[in-house]
Design a protein around this ligand. Structure first.
Ligand SMILES: [Zn+2]
Length: 268
C-alpha cells in the first residue's frame, strides 16, 4: 500500500503559445479563494526605534503617503538583531515593535510587516542559543558550522508560532516575510520525525504555523521568499519579484521604492 498526501496530477499542452505553466495558472485561478490584490509595502532595516528609524518613516510619508500612495504595511528587516531567541526584539530595545507599530500607524497609516529568519540558519542568528534548545540540521560540520533548527521539533515550532502569533495580536502585524529557511532534514534522532523523513514533517509544521498566523489575523499576508517552494501551494501568499529596480539595502539607509506584490491568495 502507498500512503501519501493529497496530490494533483495534470496533463497540459506545451506549445509556444500554450505552456504547461499557463494551464497550471488557470488551475490555481480556479481554486483561488480570494481575488488577486496588490500589496504595497515600504521595506527598510531597523534595529532600534531611534531617530534614524523615525527619519526613514517620515521620509516615506513625504515620498509616498503624502503623494497618495497607500501603503499596506511598513516591512522591517533586521528588527530581531542584535540576536535574541527566536525572532524576539533585541534586548536593547524590548519595546521596539510596539513603538514602531504606533509610529507607522501615526505617520503612514499602516500596520507592520516583519522579516523572519524562519529556521535560524542566517549567520546572525543566535546559533549557540538555538543549538542548546532544539534539534539541529547542520549543512556544514558542527557544532559551529552552518545550521538551522529542525522546524519539526515541537519545541521550535511552538516558540516560533507563539512569538509571531503574539506580535500579530499585540502589534498590528499584517505581514510576515519568511526568509532564511531550512526545509530539508534527514537526521535519524530528531524527536519530530522518523529517521530520513524530516522534510515532510517540517513542511507540515510550517503549514500549521501559517494556519495559526491566518487564524490570528484573517487576511494576513504571508510571503515566502522562495525558500519554501512551491510557495503557492504551501499556504503562503505567493508574491512577485520587486517591481522597482534594485532592492532596498541595509547600508543605503535611505527610502527606497516600494516593493509591489500581487497576492494570489491562499489556495489551501
Ligand atoms: Zn529533523
Amino acid at each position: 500500500m502507498i500512503e501519501c498526501k493529497p496530490a494533483v496530477i495534470g496533463v497540459a499542452a506545451n506549445r509556444p503559445r500554450e505552456r504547461v505553466q499557463d494551464a497550471f495558472a488557470r488551475y490555481i485561478a480556479a481554486l483561488r479563494k480570494r481575488p488577486v490584490q496588490r500589496w504595497t509595502e515600504f521595506f527598510f532595516d531597523a534595529h532600534q526605534f531611534d531617530a534614524e528609524a523615525r527619519q526613514i518613516v517620515d521620509t516615506a510619508r513625504d515620498v509616498f503617503v503624502s503623494r497618495g500612495v497607500r501603503l499596506d504595511c511598513v516591512l522591517i528587516n533586521g528588527w530581531a538583531e542584535p540576536r535574541a531567541g527566536i525572532m524576539e526584539p533585541a534586548r536593547e530595545c524590548p519595546d521596539f515593535l510596539r513603538r514602531m507599530s504606533d509610529y507607522a500607524r501615526e505617520r503612514l497609516g499602516c500596520g507592520l510587516g516583519l522579516h523572519v529568519y524562519t529556521t535560524g540558519c542566517r549567520s546572525s542568528a543566535l546559533r549557540d542559543w538555538i543549538a542548546a534548545r532544539f534539534d539541529m540540521v547542520y549543512t556544514e560540520p558542527g557544532p559551529q558550522g552552518r545550521g538551522a533548527y529542525c522546524l519539526a521539533d515541537p519545541r521550535a515550532e511552538s516558540l516560533l508560532t507563539g512569538n509571531l502569533g503574539r506580535y500579530v495580536r499585540e502589534h498590528d502585524v499584517r505581514m510576515y516575510y519568511y526568509d532564511w529557511g531550512c526545509f530539508g532534514c534527514r537526521a535519524g534522532s530528531h524527536r519530530g520525525h522518523m529517521p530520513g523523513y524530516g522534510t515532510e514533517a517540517i513542511a507540515d509544521a510550517f503549514l500549521r504555523h501559517l494556519q495559526a498566523m491566518r487564524a490570528a489575523r484573517p487576511g494576513m499576508f504571508l510571503c515566502d521568499t522562495g525558500w519554501f517552494s512551491p510557495g503557492g501551494s504551501s499556504g503562503t501568499t505567493r508574491c512577485s519579484s520587486p517591481a522597482a529596480t534594485g532592492t532596498p539595502t541595509c547600508e543605503a539607509r535611505r527610502p527606497t521604492p516600494p516593493w509591489i506584490f500581487w497576492a494570489l491568495g491562499a489556495t489551501t
